[in-house]
Design a protein around this ligand. Structure first.
Ligand SMILES: *Cc1c(COP(=O)(O)O)cnc(C)c1O
Length: 431
């Protein structure tokens, strides 16, 4: 199977974290997000252990909570000793309500408003990842008014294209995040931060992309960052204390995807950074990384009930389910691949279907051309695997459909972490 938490029993019944998917669907209804708590914790520990081995105590993994954000998730992250990234006050609020320690929250985003900045300062969050000069100015002003010296990182763009996996001309400035190194703007950004009295520049941040499998992307990024750190020391006398290399390790959505050996990648990366820092005569920086997807993706599964099966002879077959782009927009957004499984597989004949959602959009497809039992019918359950990241957090209420609940699986038991959104919640804000 795709991941060790997905199995079938002798009768062909699909199990997730050892529990019957059909029984969970009966109990909680569908559509239903399931999350394997042990897997989330195991993924956190994989990062924590790999970091300890590779960097000693001079590193911390931050969970990029935009991947999946609700209170119980922050409680788990707190217990596992992770830091977290938040990209909005809504995420910060959720983390604080869950009792997540403010000093381990880093505030990201390229569009922070004055109100966002005030909120984060007033809640004592650990650090800001400042995206640009306007934000730096606003933060310096607001921090000054509060008599605070706020810890910050500056986001810079090293000019790496992780999608084609080749270092590109550092003059390339077509991303909306951070300040590009190649144009000299990043240097000016650092100079401005050093001259801002109410911020304390801890270091630099970069994030080159997501679903990174190529082994050299992080090494190449680190090279560009270390070269820039040397330039900062030589030109501004500034020694970078912290280097945040962002998130992005890829996960397996389908059997043909590679399995990234993340602990091995981190060990290799640490050796690489140590060697290059040495060559540049720089002290080894404190390392932050920001995994999102690789913490939660394979801890998730979405269960649906089939509403209709349409067979169009000579064309294609559709299986229509009771959810869709509202609870998982990723195929619609970027043709994301998924593995789809029937809740009961007795090894009979199969056929190919498009798995379609219930929204009034012909593009509402969860996954095209999936193999399911040929006799699939209304009332059957199907599961989409690896939906722990960027599914619940990207869900919408299009067509006034309520968001599914998130049910956590732990030690053979289950509990609700997020309740199903009902009619009352859907009209709660209507006047
Ligand atoms: C989205 C994001 C991450 C997490 O990326 P994953 O691919 O989910 O690991 C980390 N850092 C920043 C700045 C991001 O925008």
């Amino acid at each position: 199977m795709l991941c060790s938490n997905i199995t079938r029993n002798a009768d062909g019944a699909l199990l997730f974290a050892g529990q019957s998917v059909s029984a969970l669907a009966d109990r909680y209804g569908t559509p239903l997000y399931l999350m394997d708590e042990a897997r989330i914790r195991q993924n956190c520990r994989m990062y924590k252990d790999a970091f300890r081995l590779a960097f000693g105590d001079k590193a911390l993994p931050l969970y990029a909570s935009k991947a999946c954000s609700f209170k119980q998730m922050y409680r788990i992250m707190a217990e596992e000793g992770m830091g977290v990234d938040c990209v909005s006050c809504g995420e910060i609020h959720t983390a604080m309500e869950a009792g997540f320690p403010a000093e381990r929250i880093w505030f990201h985003g390229d569009g922070k408003t004055d109100a966002d900045i005030r909120y984060a300062l007033d809640h004592g969050i650990g650090g800001f990842v400042v995206d640009g000069l306007e934000e730096l100015e606003a933060l310096n002003r607001e921090a000054g008014e509060r008599g605070i010296r706020q810890k910050i990182l500056l986001r810079v763009t090293p000019g790496i294209d992780p999608h084609t996996y080749e270092a590109v001309n550092t003059g390339r400035v077509d991303v909306k995040f951070g300040a590009p190194i190649g144009t000299g703007q990043a240097l000016e950004f650092v100079r401005a931060a050093l001259n801002a009295p109410n911020v304390e520049l801890e270091g630099l941040h970069c994030h080159v992309g997501s679903m990174v499998f190529d082994e050299s992307v992080f090494e190449d990024t680190a090279d560009l960052m270390l070269a820039f750190m040397r330039e900062l020391r030589d030109k501004l006398g500034y020694v970078t204390g912290t280097l945040d290399l962002g998130g992005g390790y890829g996960v397996r959505y389908v059997d043909s995807d590679k399995q990234a050996d993340i602990p091995a990648r981190i060990a290799a990366l640490a050796n690489h950074i140590r060697k290059r820092a040495d060559e540049q005569g720089l002290p080894m920086p404190f390392i932050l990384m920001e995994p999102g997807r690789s913490i939660v993706a394979d801890a998730g599964m979405t269960v649906y009930t089939v509403s209709a099966v349409k067979r169009i002879p000579g064309f294609k077959n559709h299986v229509i389910v009771d959810g869709g782009m509202v609870d998982n927009p990723r195929y619609c957004l970027y043709r994301a691949k998924y593995t789809v499984l029937h809740a009961v597989d007795r090894g009979g004949e199969t056929a190919v279907f498009d798995l379609a959602g219930r929204c009034c959009e012909s593009g509402d497809i969860l996954q095209p051309a999936v193999s399911l039992p040929a006799d699939v019918k209304r009332g059957d359950r199907v599961a989409v695997c690896t939906t722990g990241a960027y599914n619940y957090s990207m869900a919408s209420n299009y067509n006034r459909l309520g968001r599914p609940p998130v049910v956590m699986l732990r030690d053979g038991e289950s509990y609700t972490a997020v309740r199903r959104e009902g009619f009352d919640e859907l009209t709660a804000l209507d006047v």
